[in-house]
Design a binder for this molecule. Structure first.
Ligand SMILES: Cc1cc2nc3c(=O)[nH]c(=O)nc-3n(C[C@H](O)[C@H](O)[C@H](O)COP(=O)(O)OP(=O)(O)OC[C@H]3O[C@@H](n4cnc5c(N)ncnc54)[C@H](O)[C@@H]3O)c2cc1C
Length: 455
């Protein structure tokens, strides 16, 4: 492209070796090689890039760290310009009195957590990808994580957003008070919009003081349904753990094949439960959970210190990479969410679907909020197996919707799930969404081809 010099001062490249790195993400979706990639260092540079691109009919694909599981950050249209926010990584302010922090979109979640820790604070959303994913990506996918059961998802912590719109102008949305009723709360539209409405260039988040103590428990079950039943039983006692993670037997085996944490491999399912708060109160809750587990014929183990707890979380976060390492298998992953009273039903159905089709399905995830990551392991280079895998996807989505659930709990729609979105949303609500998109992006240059089903 000849006129690259017109946006001089901005890091931008049309070199194939640069472009190829921005043609994929952590999903199984296949993208195309973009025409250009730019690395802005400020809001003004994002603005300049968008104006320049819009004048040339280029499409903007915002990108954080590319850990998205739905293909949201990959270019799928010709003439795409990837706007990578990876160089915007400043934490501007940590306000310990108003419990807020203001950051650039490219700040890595885990890095922010460490900075906040110094001040005795934490940002509750903790996706398993926290060591790589960006806060801008978290906001754009409304990311969750293990702690969502107690603390909610990213949406619950976004106070204010600065956004560069499709014409290059900048707008501030939201505000830094806990309560606010001043017209339509437009920032809410940007959260989970997967880069289709604008580029988020600055973020003010709500943060919380760190809890006094944490207790970590492993609950082991030889019966899948009983593990599913245990979750609503814990919650019905008025206990809200900070995590209530579910791992099935295949998942435990895959982790142990790749690490030496010592997870049980002779059980049907495991729950990883964490309680936080004042020590006497959480000790009492832990005793109640031991009792519930015993009544369901399960066994409890306590992670006795910080290091064994960290090892467990490292293992839990390694599941997706471990699955990817399997030589002859390729995963088709979806992240459904069902009402928690339907958890046992969906877990048993997944087991049955796997057995009937003779295709392994690894299930794990945030059991406490009914959010299960379903990984369908198809055989590489085997068309029949892959076709079956996608038939299973449709079947699981159908069942999820019938059970009153959601076809995406936290990964978003991107490209991988857009063919299924009409299973979940009415025509009317899709029309309203398209109308909103038109207001923000009349020329359809912001991440086109994402979320909405192809015409
Ligand atoms: C091993 C692993 C574990 C994971 N665990 C979890 C989990 O527990 N919970 C969870 O919710 N997700 C999880 N994910 C998914 C993923 O990490 C999250 O969706 C994360 O929020 C994506 O952040 P990112 O910076 O990588 O964004 P990207 O993948 O780069 O982008 C995601 C979407 O956001 C848009 N976007 C990115 N930055 C901006 C911006 N500044 N402005 C506008 N749009 C933007 C992109 O266009 C794209 O549509 C996991 C992924 C992996 C690989």
């Amino acid at each position: 492209m000849k006129d690259l010099k017109l946006i001089e001062g901005i890091d931008i490249s049309d070199k194939k070796e640069d472009l190829i790195c921005y043609s994929y993400d952590a999903s199984y979706a296949e993208g195309i090689i973009p025409e250009l990639v730019a690395w802005p260092k400020s809001t003004e540079e994002i603005s300049k890039i968008i104006r320049w691109a819009a004048n040339r009919g280029l499409k903007i694909v915002p990108r954080g760290a590319g850990t998205g599981m739905a293909g949201g950050a990959i270019p799928i249209k010709q003439k795409s310009l990837v706007v990578s926010l990876e160089k915007m990584r400043e934490v501007y302010e940590i306000n310990r009195k108003n419990f807020t922090t203001t950051v650039d979109p490219g700040v890595i979640n885990g890095e922010l957590q460490r900075e906040l820790q110094i001040h005795g604070l934490f940002f509750p959303p903790d996706p398993a990808s926290l060591e790589y994913c960006t806060i801008g990506g978290n906001v754009s996918t409304n990311a969750g994580g293990p702690r969502a059961i107690k603390y909610g998802v990213t949406r619950n912590y976004v106070y204010e957003l600065e956004v560069v719109l499709s014409n290059g102008s900048t707008v501030k949305l939201g505000g830094v008070t806990a309560k606010r009723v001043v017209g339509y709360e437009l920032k809410e539209l940007l959260i989970g919009a997967e880069g289709t409405l604008g580029v988020i260039s600055k973020i003010t988040l709500k943060v919380l003081p760190e809890p006094e103590e944490i207790i970590t428990l492993l609950l082991k079950f030889n019966d899948l349904a009983k593990a599913g039943e245990c979750i609503p039983k814990i919650l019905s006692k008025g206990i809200t753990p900070r995590t209530l993670e579910f791992l099935d037997s295949t998942c435990l085996r895959i982790i142990e094949d790749n690490s030496e944490v010592g997870l049980p491999t002779n059980v049907e399912a495991m729950l990883l439960v964490e309680l936080d708060g004042e020590i006497t109160s959480i000790k009492r809750q832990a005793e109640m959970i031991v009792d519930i587990t015993r009544k369901l014929k399960g066994e409890t183990q306590v992670a006795s210190d910080y290091y064994s707890r960290e090892a467990l979380w490292k293992a839990r976060r390694s599941i997706s990479p471990c699955i990817l390492k399997m030589k002859d298998k390729k995963k088709i992953n979806i992240d459904i969410a069902v009402p928690i009273d339907k958890l046992s039903k969906i877990l048993l159905s997944l087991k049955e679907i796997s057995e009937i089709n003779q295709i392994p399905i690894v299930s794990f995830g945030h059991g406490g909020d009914g959010n299960i990551h379903v990984n369908i392991l198809v055989t590489k280079d085997d068309e029949e197996s892959q076709k079956k895998g996608f038939e299973i996807v449709t079947q699981v989505f159908q069942l999820t919707v019938e059970l009153g659930g959601s076809i995406s709990g936290e990964h978003g729609i991107g490209v991988t799930k857009k063919p299924y979105i009409e299973m979940q949303l009415s025509r009317k609500s899709l029309e309203l969404m398209k109308a909103v998109k038109k207001v923000f992006d009349p020329k359809e240059i912001m991440n086109p081809g994402k979320i909405f089903p192809s015409e």
